[in-house]
Design a protein around this ligand. Sequence first.
Ligand code: CA
Length: 229
Amino acid sequence: MTKILIIEDEVELVKVLRSYLEQSGYQVLDAQRGNEGLLLWEQHKPALVILDLNLPGMDGLDVARHIRRKDNTPILMLTARVEETDQIVGLEIGADDYVTKPFSPKVVLARVRALLRRLEYERTVAQIIRAADLEIDLSAYSVRRGDEEIELTPTEFNLLSVMASQPGRVFTRLQLLEAVQGVAYEGYERTIDAHIKNLRAKLEKDPKDPKYIQTVFGVGYRFARTTDA
Ligand code: CA
């Protein structure tokens, strides 16, 4: 059974959503506090999370950030009308869709189905980037070079896949920061340098003479078009 986690502190709302979702054949878990929701997410790995923005314990944005740092579980945000700016932030931090309160449970159900269908589709299409002699499998979070598996942290993996998906394109540090964290704060761009350094240490035969990830001085980084040099 497909598991759906609802993190929402309005008990009546949870009740209504639960009954709609259960009637449609989903298994429903729920938490009223953000931190408890995150624990349930870690324990049960639901197929989708319905997440209220304003929560006691840990707010919805932080919950979404925590989830996004670890994987791509679809997140449907529930927001109140007054929270329009937060809606946008909600999408920037990696929520997949949002519904504004008050809403009809039918709308939520339709969005849930659409998100799960999209996920299913994304899983069935090949999610493999081939760049230089690397094979980057986005669904398995793995990087191979021939028979060799290269172990990366999630941040390193995301950095590599963003750059390798467009060889030759120069990315600024801010763009890379946004790509890996979902949000970019000016002043933190240099943290990217540390990740690049670690990535090169794992990837490059000679990290001092990188063939895959090139520094573009004064701008940022790019994945090499070819590694024959
Ligand atoms: Ca709330």
